[in-house]
Design a protein around this ligand. Structure first.
Ligand SMILES: Nc1ncnc2c1ncn2[C@@H]1O[C@H](COP(=O)(O)OP(=O)(O)OP(=O)(O)O)[C@@H](O)[C@H]1O
Length: 233
């Protein structure tokens, strides 16, 4: 079932289009992996969906609601959550206090501990004392507790060891398996393709691949060409 439908999305940065007519749809229960080289426009695309920056043209619908007409806070309430690149914990608050920050009345803290049991033992510790991987778990769990229909996760693995990244990837798979639509922007393409369903590759603001993850994972040379475009020919 389509959870979010993006049509003809254009987003400018300093007056220059960096997302140029993107069509994309994400389904409940699936991980849509969004790949592309540095500067391709991935973060800009996510920021326009959550309302951090305005879109110049296009349409983004969720349950027949036009998100682009809503302020950021209302988009979150409509069910889209954004785990921003580099977002951190409140270091002086405990793990549990961090989790409670955006707790939806219908949500239960136990959902966070079910996703990341390792946080349960750390609940009373100041979040600033947690490891980088645990902090990222808190940030993702905080987003889960807003009860989103669509969760967008931007480069969650930055600076983390591969074993931690794999742990986080398993959790992201669990989120999708519980029925959420996940948009995953990731620099570790192989790891993301291994757990994802649908893949999109963005190059200079335009989608140059739209297909399933397994096909792309099985053809690294194709992926390489998609990233580099004409430069790889
Ligand atoms: N605040 C800004 N003002 C002006 N231009 C910006 C701004 N942020 C990003 N850009 C430009 O917009 C383009 C897209 O950047 P964006 O960060 O969306 O790409 P990305 O695919 O997420 O790359 P990365 O993997 O490096 O985060 C780039 O050319 C970048 O230089």
């Amino acid at each position: 079932m389509t959870a979010l439908s993006i049509n003809g999305l254009v987003v400018n940065r300093s007056g220059i289009p960096v997302v140029r007519g993107v069509d994309l749809s994400v389904s409940s229960g699936e991980i849509s992996v969004l790949l592309g080289s540095n500067g391709a426009g991935k973060t800009t695309l996510l920021e326009s969906l959550s309302g951090i920056i305005p879109a110049a043209a296009g349409s983004v619908t969720m349950d027949d609601v036009e998100l682009l007409k809503l302020r950021a806070g209302l988009r979150a309430r409509a069910g889209i959550s954004h785990v921003e690149q580099g977002r951190t914990v409140f270091p002086e608050m405990t793990t549990e206090e961090n989790l409670k920050v955006a707790l939806d009345p219908a949500a239960d803290l136990q959902e966070a501990y079910a996703l990341f049991p390792e946080l349960r033992q750390r609940r009373d510790i100041k979040a600033g004392m947690l490891s980088g991987g645990e902090q990222q778990m808190v940030v993702i769990a905080r987003s889960l507790l807003t009860r989103p229909k669509v969760i967008m996760i931007d480069e969650m693995s930055s600076g983390l060891a591969p074993v931690i990244v794999s742990r986080l990837m398993r959790a992201v798979r669990q989120l999708a398996d519980s029925g959420m639509a996940v948009i995953l922007v990731e620099q570790f393409a192989a790891l993301a393709l291994a757990i994802g369903d649908r893949a999109y590759v963005l190059r200079r603001g335009a989608i140059v691949y739209d297909g399933d993850c397994a096909t792309l994972a099985g053809d690294p040379a194709h992926l390489h060409r998609l990233y580099l475009g004409d430069a790889a020919a």
